[in-house]
Design a protein around this ligand. Structure first.
Ligand SMILES: C[S@@+](CC[C@H](N)C(=O)[O-])C[C@H]1O[C@@H](n2cnc3c(N)ncnc32)[C@H](O)[C@@H]1O
Length: 218
């Protein structure tokens, strides 16, 4: 019998490159602030952000649930002679060593968990950062068109969290206040809430987004 592929694995297998090579614009903008050391990319995808930091001399680790994404990421690193450690792992099962990282990236991934699971991962991120380390989180907000669609068609399992049996995934949409309150003990470096047209993959489509970059002060 053929194995049933996860939705992410299927999506990666259907294209040669899903997200391209250009790093997230917020990471480009604030890269000079990040102390040299270790970077962790949660939901590394094909490595557009991780490779950028590897190129700048950071020691980069990353995890993703898709085997194809991880293979692509390792292949890209080999082609450009860069070193990084990328593994297939479910973020829910990842342990982050305490105080290890100068930067932890969770770019456009925390929406694919329940509210509670996303908060647990954020707790691990906070604990895994060095003092003065940075976190970057890109997530979809209640203004995302996906939120409206989910409200119409999916089962609500927690506040602003839906479950799709078709994709076997949770979808949690964040409020403006939620991220700031989860990082209330961090210094805000960048906080932006907006709506924009996404031209990076597939047909042009809108997203409601929150970009947060913060620094651990204590
Ligand atoms: C929207 S993509 C973003 C990829 C990458 N962060 C970027 O910005 O290019 C979301 C990524 O999260 C990964 N992902 C989804 N659920 C995951 C899970 N439970 N554990 C680890 N990775 C997961 C997907 O495979 C996908 O690569």
């Amino acid at each position: 019998m053929m194995e049933k592929l996860s939705a992410w694995e299927e999506a990666y297998r259907s294209v040669e490159s899903m997200w391209g090579l250009k790093p997230d614009h917020i990471l480009l903008e604030y890269a000079s602030l990040i102390p040299k050391g270790n970077v962790l990319d949660l939901g590394i995808g094909e490595g557009r952000n991780a490779l950028f930091f590897a190129k700048m001399g950071y020691e980069v680790d990353g995890v993703d649930i898709s085997q194809t994404a991880i293979e692509r990421c390792i292949e890209r690193a080999k082609k450009t002679n860069l070193k990084l450690k990328a593994e297939v792992r479910d973020l829910k099962e990842v342990d982050i060593p305490q105080g290890r990282y100068s930067l932890i990236i969770a770019a456009w991934v925390l929406n694919f968990f329940s509210k509670r699971a996303a908060e647990e991962i954020i707790g691990k991120i906070k604990n895994g950062l060095k003092k003065d380390g940075f976190v970057y989180i890109g997530i979809f907000s209640l203004a995302d068109p996906g939120y409206k669609r989910a409200k119409k068609s999916l089962e609500v399992v927690e506040e602003n969290t839906f479950y799709s049996s078709q994709r076997n995934s949770f979808f949690h949409y964040f409020t403006r206040e939620e991220v700031l309150s989860l990082f209330a003990d961090f210094k805000v470096i960048h906080y932006a809430v907006g709506t924009g047209l996404d031209l990076s993959h597939g047909e042009p489509h809108y997203h409601g987004f929150i970009e947060y970059m913060g620094q651990k002060c204590k």
